[in-house]
Design a protein around this ligand. Structure first.
Ligand code: ADP
Ligand code: ASP
Ligand code: MG
Length: 484
């Protein structure tokens, strides 16, 4: 039986010549058809998606020139890599990438004439980054002697029409993916698939949300039933905190699907929050590894349970607002919570966290800062009568907060964790505005002043995680067959 790996390479892993040479090395070492087969999923070159989006927004604001500038900058960045890596395919690839960027500019022109950067047109524009990187990486692999070809995933990842944050419909996606890529794998070739992008059933391009290439990889891995999905990035796996924030953060050898989903949901950028679901359903192990340090084992992500235990990591979501609905007249009145969250949901606002109040006199929850005003307005409207009668005293918004989350399976059964966190934040003089325990039994979240958010991450890491550095030899890196 062939052993098939899906390998996703993020933006920095394809960001320059040295990085792409690493990718070639990694794929070349793994790909030994028919015994070992490889599916590659790629992000856009680092910084490209931000630039392409900026061009689209500027076009929407009536500025025609910026999209052209972006197109030139992006063209130059790709041309350097084409010259270095594409060998005798360079001329053809220059032409293909030029054609992609011409389409990008045409889309930006449509945005400009409409005067509105609609999510639909932005998705059409921004997918250009992955279309270019997939072609580049496939050519570089071929030049290094690995049989490879590029595939645009809008041909097989079928999504809903929630542009900028689309969700795949797994049934048609699975059928189309298997039809498109099954024969490629059987021929011993490496398909190099665009991350991030999909299309509606009618063929309109969509994207899976920022950082969505991780999600693409897990969709591809699940649909093709590959043996594992490896996410190659620029750090040694999932770490106990964002290493840019906490200098002594350590790599975690094993973390469960549930824990890593909680961590990603609560702000750890290393994985897209929704990328866990497709692999959980098929119990496919996920690994996070460092393209620039490939011999490091990185992190294995697998089923929850016995091999686990212990606190794992701390993460943060900055720029959130805390909304509170409060008043004595709410006490014992049924339906207030349903009306609160109903009103907020109708505005399309994403409720990140609900804080458990010990009394029934207030409901408190956290939303992204930019959605707070709309949500609060909807609540004042919903509770107009109650506010007039003073049953509800006020709907208040506290801006500029940060959610800090500590993750570890089984933590709700372990006394003292909340105490340790409060002691640590208290000693640092950081005021905890709200607290919530995740329903999944693997996370506890605090809301703190945004200005103290990074410091809160550091003191909680120092108090809860620094002494829990796992002993690597205790953790086997293979997932045994009976655990799958
Ligand atoms: P890629 O382009 O490979 O998808 P990302 O920038 O999206 O990479 O994600 C990797 C980055 O996530 C790391 O460089 C790191 O700064 C950040 N990060 C945040 N939290 C964590 C964490 N807990 N573990 C590892 N990396 C983290
Ligand atoms: N290129 C996309 C982004 O920057 C997707 C990804 O990198 O995962 O968001
Ligand atoms: Mg990413």
């Amino acid at each position: 039986m062939a052993y098939t790996l899906t390998m996703k390479f993020g933006g920095t892993s394809v960001g320059d010549e040295a990085a792409i040479r690493q990718v070639i090395e990694i794929v070349g070492q793994n790909h030994r058809p028919p015994a070992r087969r490889t599916v590659v999923v790629v992000s856009a070159l680092s910084g490209t998606t931000d630039r392409l989006l900026e061009g689209g927004w500027s076009a929407g604001a009536g500025e025609a020139g910026r999209a052209a500038e972006v197109s030139d900058e992006v063209r130059r960045a790709h041309q350097c890599l084409i010259d270095a890596l594409a060998g005798d395919e360079a001329a053809a690839l220059t032409g293909e990438i030029g054609a992609q960027l011409d389409r990008y500019r045409a889309t930006c022109e449509r945005i400009r004439s409409l005067g509105d950067p609609t999510p639909q047109l932005l998705d059409e524009a921004v997918g250009t980054g992955e279309r270019m990187s997939a072609r580049l990486v496939a050519a570089a692999l071929r030049q290094a002697g690995v049989r490879a070809s590029a595939y645009d995933s809008d041909g097989f990842i079928v999504t809903d029409d929630r542009f900028q944050n689309a969700t795949p419909d797994m049934k048609p996606t699975r059928a189309k993916l298997r039809r498109a890529l099954g024969p490629v794998l059987n021929r011993g070739e490496v398909p190099v698939v665009t991350g991030y992008i999909g299309a509606t059933e009618a063929g309109v391009p969509t994207t899976l949300g920022r950082g969505g290439s991780d999600y693409s990889a897990s969709i591809v891995g699940a649909c093709l039933e590959t043996d594992e999905v490896w996410i190659w990035t620029d750090v040694d796996g999932v770490m106990s905190a964002d290493p840019r924030l906490v200098a002594d953060a350590h790599s975690i050898p094993f973390i469960s699907y549930g824990e890593v989903a909680e961590l990603a949901y609560f702000g750890a950028k290393v994985l897209h929050p929704r990328c866990i679901r497709p692999v959980v359903e098929r119990r496919i192990p996920l690994r996070v590894k460092n393209t620039f340090n490939p011999s490091h084992p990185g992190t294995l992500i697998g089923p929850d349970g016995h091999r686990n235990g212990g606190l794992k990591a701390v993460s943060a979501i900055p720029h959130v607002s805390l909304i509170t609905v409060e008043g004595n007249g709410m006490l014992g009145v049924p339906g207030i919570a349903a009306r609160t969250f109903g009103a907020v949901a109708r505005t399309g606002t994403n409720v990140l966290l609900i804080s458990q109040a010990s009394s029934e006199q207030s409901i408190c929850f956290t939303v992204p800062q930019e959605q707070a005003a709309v949500a609060a307005e909807a609540l004042r409207d919903e509770f107009k009568i109650e506010l007039e009668r003073a049953d509800i005293d006020q709907v208040s918004v506290k801006e500029g907060a940060t959610i800090v989350t500590l993750v570890g399976e089984g933590m709700l059964n372990r006394p003292g964790i909340a105490g340790a966190i409060f002691t640590a934040t208290g000693q640092a003089g950081i005021n905890v505005i709200a607290i919530a325990q995740g329903s999944s039994d693997c996370g506890i979240s605090l809301v703190v002043e945004g200005a103290r958010g990074n410091e809160a991450v550091r003191v909680i890491h120092a108090a809860a995680l620094e002494r829990s550095v796992p002993v690597r030899s205790e953790v086997p890196l293979e997932v045994s067959a009976d655990e799958r």
